[in-house]
Design a protein around this ligand. Sequence first.
Ligand SMILES: [Cu+2]
Length: 190
Amino acid sequence: MKSMDASAVHRSELVAIAAERRWAWIVGVIIVLLLAMMVFTSLHWAAMPPSRVETIDPRKLHISGEFVEGNLGTTLGTDGKVVVRLIAQQYSFEPQCLVVPAGMPVTFRATSTDAIHGFVVGTTNANVMLVPGFIATFTTTFKKAGEQLMPCHEYCGTGHEAMWGRVQVIPRDEFLAKAGRGEGVSCVPR
Ligand SMILES: [Cu+2]
């Protein structure tokens, strides 16, 4: 009886050792697999060209080029495309208020003069980060007319919480009536 007990303990010990070894291998393989995936993706990403990157000198934004004051805001281009240009700076957006049409694509082009800013337009998916030196662009279509708030959503300094803009989304026909081809549309009636 004594020897049987001893051999039973011995056998279960062998089973435990085998199971431990098996799981050590499985865990080891998982770790190696994860490391290999990290190495592969980082090498793969580093080898791919970046997506379209537009740079701009943030020191000259106010002086010349696309983002001079007279060129900011919403324009209906001669090609019928709506483009909004704005800049963010501590602690405001320029312009503070935008007029955009509902139901047609609107392309935003924006950048920052100083720190990293960003904005989101109300509850829409228009949401972007603004990094000095880079032009952020995206195109979106606002579904409904109405006024939306546009807060800065990247902490940019002591005045961050006061950094807001407004976006007036107006019906497409009203917008087209307001905007002559190649002209700007602003919140301030002209
Ligand atoms: Cu900001």
